[in-house]
Design a binder for this molecule. Structure first.
Ligand SMILES: [Mg+2]
Length: 375
């Protein structure tokens, strides 16, 4: 079986002004995504998504179209390790992290879809088939302009009413006292039995992270996410040893080489990868194996469109140490309207079941996406 073509489709959802949101360092006015289509000589087509956050989505698309994509023409889509190594070596000088790795990830995720479709198996079973459902968490609590602190509690309460029993919110933008007050209000809204996590997006230094970790102790956090920079593994390790809750990270790190550095020095208690950023499912399963050897659980960061969500769902269900599924609460039709045959539903415990069909087990709805197509 041979790859005959790599195509890309770029979409953009402009967020209405009143719904625009931020983390500790940046505001979001649009959601962008690049869907990668890989065609084969046997008529089987696979789809993946390349995360397009962090800069112009045109750049991600250009790299797939003009730099990375042409290398995989003629390759066997089953040879994911060989294809990854080839792409990694050929693009090494151009970038081992960031947009190059997003582009490689998008192609890799499409190859796994092809393998699933040819074998008739869902991707989570190809990855190890550890479980068929996973706890979803309501990833909300992003900063909004001109809202009172109570707004965040109201948002979480709606999530609770919709069946979520795990929640994440942003901290790190406001004063520690005001952010701690937001955390208190959300904790009160979701009750003592739900999981609550707080995400700093790397906006603290080590001292600040430790101080905030102690300040948040009364609210029983399940984890604090990316308190400091992924570029400072030793600093992160010091935070991890000093705060009362587990430390999770790092969506800003890439490949098994980057995660080896973090894991080796004890930079986190919970490993977070992103199949559409960190190197695809091929690289993420290697990171998962390394984490498993250190008895660390692994979860997927998900912030893009529907296929990123699917890659994260299959990953968390596939690998032995996988758990939790990030479900972004911000409105995004590129996530919620991407498929003809999937709608997010939670069971009574707040878990999501993984589709059992071949590949990702879903069908892309290009007609519904068309109004958002920009390239
Ligand atoms: Mg995060």
């Amino acid at each position: 079986m041979k790859i005959t073509a790599v195509k890309t489709y770029r979409y953009r959802y402009d967020i209405p002004e009143e719904e625009q949101f931020g983390n500790s360092t940046r505001w979001n006015a649009a959601k962008n995504t690049v869907i990668v289509e890989v065609d084969t000589d046997e008529g089987v087509t696979g789809y993946g998504e390349a995360d397009a956050a962090g800069g112009p989505a045109e750049v991600t698309q250009f790299i797939i179209d003009r730099e990375i994509g042409p290398y995989v023409i003629g390759r066997d889509p089953f040879c994911v390790d060989a294809v990854f190594e080839d792409l990694y070596q050929k693009s090494m000088i151009h970038g081992r992290r960031g947009v190059i790795m997003h582009a490689i990830s998008g192609i890799d995720c499409a190859l796994w879809d092809i393998i699933g479709k040819v074998t008739g198996l869902p991707i989570y079973k190809l990855l190890g088939g550890a479980r068929n459902k996973v706890q979803a968490y309501h990833s909300g609590g992003f900063y909004r302009r001109n809202v009172p602190d109570e707004w965040y509690a109201e948002e979480a309460k709606k999530g609770y009413e919709n069946g979520y029993r795990a929640f994440k919110m942003k901290i790190g933008r406001l004063s520690m006292e005001q952010d701690a007050n937001r955390v208190r209000l959300v904790r009160e809204a979701i009750g003592p039995d739900s999981k609550l996590m707080a995400d700093v997006n790397s906006n603290y230094n080590v001292r600040e992270a430790i101080r905030m970790g102690r300040l948040l102790e009364p609210y029983d956090l399940f984890f604090m996410e990316e308190p400091v920079s992924a570029d400072d593994p030793e600093g992160s390790a010091l935070v991890a040893r000093s705060i009362p809750m587990p430390l999770a990270g790092y969506e800003t790190e890439y490949t098994r080489y980057g995660f080896r550095r973090l894991i080796d020095c004890g930079a986190m208690d919970i490993v977070q990868v992103d199949p559409t950023r960190s190197g695809g499912l091929t690289e993420c399963r290697k990171i998962a194996a390394y984490a498993s050897a250190h008895k660390l659980p692994i979860t997927s960061h998900i912030f893009a469109g529907g296929l990123t969500f699917m890659a994260g769902l299959h990953f968390s269900c596939g690998v032995d140490n996988g758990f939790l599924l990030e479900c972004e609460a911000n409105p995004n039709p590129l996530r919620t309207n991407m498929f003809k045959d999937f709608e997010l539903t939670l069971d009574g415990d707040g878990y999501v079941s993984v589709p059992e069909g071949p590949g990702y087990g879903v069908t892309l709805d290009f007609d519904t996406l068309e109004p958002y197509r920009v390239g």
